[in-house]
Design a protein around this ligand. Structure first.
Ligand code: NAP
Length: 262
């Protein structure tokens, strides 16, 4: 079940959180994994951990907002592993601390869009071109519950909603062109990663919020009674990457502990 034996995957933002857990799980399930992150030392650590478990991995410095970096990542993936079967567009920023709707600047709006949405477009475009040569593949875009309902900053909501529809657009394009490339989005609820933990640092001082307090507040919004762990999302990625999800494309996999069911 959920095997990706012999497949080649790229995971962006894989030095931390959901990306790290995903890279390690895909490797355990048999894939060679290209671990990319804007923070190269973190990517190196993850690649070393994969190799220590007997897996195949390559770490690459990759700022997902840069088209030239994408070209290098695809080039090295094909040079080292001959093909590309799976892309996980995971890198993202929360936009926390960038102000409210009324005081956010256009500059910070664009900063969120560049990482969370423009880069997913670039990744999809480059991967489709590489995958169609190899006869097919699976692209998984990490959106959010905030791509379905409001409640985060405007830029984060808009970027993640954009990822949801971009995914469907690319899925339909690939289907219409007979490319055998499946494209799906994942919509996590709150996952206890460095991104979420760091929200406490940008909350107004008068709120006196602690990490424990933040965790308790967020937990209350999830009917299942806990926050997610990175592995909860990694398991969804593995399913969408594997042939077990072979009839799924253009769909949205919600993994949110009931957040959007309320
Ligand atoms: P994380 O722990 O902060 O990991 C994100 C990784 O992406 C970090 O290593 C970060 O590096 C890297 N990154 C940031 N900007 C980048 C860029 N321009 N190019 C390449 N890498 C970059 O966050 P996470 O919680 O695992 O989030 C992963 C994805 O899940 C994001 O798309 C996020 O929006 C989404 N998501 C998260 C949650 C949640 O509750 N955690 C919920 C829904 C969706 P630095 O640390 O050096 O910036």
């Amino acid at each position: 079940m959920n095997s990706v034996e012999g497949k080649v995957a790229i995971v962006t933002g894989a030095g931390s959180g959901i990306g790290e857990a995903t890279a390690k799980l895909l490797a355990r399930a048999g894939a060679a994994v290209v671990v990319t992150d804007v923070d190269k030392p973190k990517a190196d650590d993850v690649a070393r951990a994969i190799e220590a478990e007997g897996g195949e991995s390559l770490a690459i410095h990759h700022d997902v907002t840069r088209e030239d970096h994408w070209d290098e990542v695809i080039y090295h993936t094909q040079a080292d592993f001959d093909r590309l079967d799976i892309l996980v567009n995971n890198a993202g920023v929360s936009g926390a601390g960038m102000g409210t709707l009324e005081d956010q600047t256009l500059e910070t709006w664009h900063a969120v869009m560049r990482v969370n949405l423009d880069a997913v477009f670039l990744g999809c475009q480059k991967a489709v071109i590489a995958m169609k040569e190899a006869g097919g593949g699976s692209i998984i875009n990490i959106s959010s519950v905030m791509g379905i309902v409001g409640g985060a900053g405007a830029a984060y909501n808009a970027s993640k909603g954009g990822v949801r529809l971009l995914t469907k657009s690319v899925a339909v394009y690939c289907g219409n062109n007979g490319y055998n490339i499946r494209v799906n989005s994942i919509h996590p609820g709150y996952i206890w990663t460095p991104m979420v933990r760091s929200i406490v640092n940008v909350m107004p001082a008068e709120e006196n919020m602690t990490e424990d307090g933040l965790r308790a507040m967020l937990t209350e919004r999830h009917p299942i009674g806990r926050l997610g762990e990175a592995i909860d999302i990694a398991r969804g990625v593995l399913f969408l990457a594997s042939d077990d999800s072979s009839f799924m494309t253009g769909s949205e996999l919600v993994i949110d502990g009931g957040y959007t069911a309320v």
